[in-house]
Design a protein around this ligand. Structure first.
Ligand code: HEC
Length: 88
């Protein structure tokens, strides 16, 4: 089990290396991404569960990432997005 700091670092890396990368569709300041297809994550501030659900199931124009990442990797991305966007 990874600790929170290493999950954050892993999640940040995966945010940019996902195929397709999250940043082509989403703006997230911490990741220096400016995509405008999906919601601005800095404004949405999704909690981890919301990110996990979107990644597993896909949502509208957003593809599912369930087959591309392990459950651990999805958790790391969710931790990263919620922390980096300032979710409570
Ligand atoms: C091809 C464009 C695209 C990519 C790539 C993409 N998204 Fe999305 N994402 C969207 C769109 C469009 C929505 C809004 C869907 C809707 O509400 O109909 C969305 C919604 C979301 C939401 C909000 C879910 C909710 O409950 O409202 C989160 C969180 C999210 N994306 C995170 C990510 C992460 C993390 C990645 C990378 C692993 C990613 N997205 C990759 C287009 C994309």
């Amino acid at each position: 089990m990874a600790d929170e700091a290493s999950d954050f670092t892993l999640g940040k890396k995966l945010f940019s290396s996902a195929i397709p990368p999250c940043g082509i569709c989403h703006t997230l300041k911490d990741a220096e991404s400016e995509g405008a297809v999906g919601p601005i994550l800095d404004e949405l501030k999704p909690n981890q569960l919301r990110v996990i659900t979107a990644l597993n199931n896909g949502l509208g124009a957003m593809p599912s990432f369930k087959d591309k990442f392990s459950a651990e990797e999805i958790k790391a991305i969710a931790l990263y997005v919620s922390k980096a966007s300032g979710a409570k």
